[in-house]
Design a binder for this molecule. Structure first.
Ligand SMILES: O=c1ccn([C@@H]2O[C@H](COP(=O)(O)O)[C@@H](O)[C@H]2O)c(=O)[nH]1
Length: 282
């Protein structure tokens, strides 16, 4: 069993939460109080992490928000990763994969250099492009399956010659390729009508479910339909819906309070679904 998967599942059970906080931190959107600090994005991320630590099972760093700023951004990503509590799963939302030779370098970068627990990868180039990621048996590899965006209709939902949609072929293959339970898939929260069927067909995979909040997916449906039979093995990502609370903040503490309120409201919604027998009582 992959250590990363165990770590995530332990967090889900102990925090009664499937919450993955997305650190999609855009320097142009972060509150003014951080702007005058020496490393605004790192200060912002560490405040978000402090405010959400008791509710979050995982943190997802979308690398695009850091790569967009070149070396400064990568330094911020590296330093922010150090603030992610070691008990929580760290996910590099990098959506990589290339010919095997190149994928090995991507896997080394994210799993060895930065030591993320998990990564997102694209299935388009096939088995040899993903094998270098699955070779890290202790990590979790989330393969894009049915994504949350409208463009999922262009390829993922297209039927192959036998009538099966492409995303279901991806699902079938990922189940064969993963090792030591280190395989996962990404399914959008906006695709809740397909989520039930996908979970039935893949009872063993770990699900990463983005698209709640700003993209309109339902938290309750995604949580109820995405978990496995043990009521674990699913993470619901929320990025903008947590990290950018409305209002002006006079201090970091005020900002943290607003973020903590958002995170705990989401955790409370999930608690009764993760632990139904407790009626949500802590
Ligand atoms: O299908 C997908 C795959 C990845 N994402 C990523 O998740 C977050 C969602 O952000 P929100 O602000 O909560 O909408 C973001 O990093 C996306 O790149 C996704 O949305 N859908």
């Amino acid at each position: 069993m992959s250590a990363a998967r165990e770590k995530a599942n332990h967090q889900i059970s102990s925090k009664r939460s499937l919450l993955c906080v997305g650190l999609d931190s855009d320097p142009l959107k972060i509150p003014r109080i951080f702007q005058s600090m020496p490393r605004p994005v790192v200060a912002f991320n560490s405040a978000v992490i402090r405010a959400t630590r008791s509710c979050a099972a995982a943190y997802k760093i979308n690398t695009a928000f850091y790569e967009a700023r070149g070396l400064d951004g990568l330094r911020d990503m590296e330093e922010s990763l150090e603030h992610v509590p070691c008990e929580c799963l760290s996910i590099a939302d990098a959506k990589r994969a290339d010919i095997g030779n190149t994928s090995r370098m991507y896997a080394r970068a994210f799993f060895e250099h930065w030591n993320f627990d998990a990564i997102t990868v694209a299935p388009y180039m096939g088995e040899d492009s993903l094998e270098p990621f699955f070779a890290y048996e202790e990590k979790l590899v989330f393969v894009l399956c049915l994504t949350s965006n409208p463009g999922s209709a262009d390829f993922e939902e297209q039927a192959l010659s036998g009538g099966q949609p492409l995303y279901r072929r991806v699902l079938e293959r990922v189940r064969q390729w993963g090792r030591s339970a280190n395989a996962g898939i990404v399914v959008g929260a906006t695709k809740s009508s397909e989520l039930e069927l996908i979970r039935r067909e893949a009872p063993d995979l770990f699900f990463l479910i983005p698209g709640v909040g700003a993209q309109g997916g339902s938290l309750k449906e995604s949580a109820a339909l995405g978990m496995d039979a043990q009521r674990r093995s699913a993470l619901i990502n929320v990025s903008r819906g947590i990290i950018y609370p409305e209002g002006e903040f006079g201090s970091v503490e005020e900002f943290e309070l607003a973020v903590a309120r958002k995170a705990s409201a989401l955790q409370e919604e999930m608690e009764g679904i993760v632990c139904p027998s407790d009626d949500g009582a802590a």
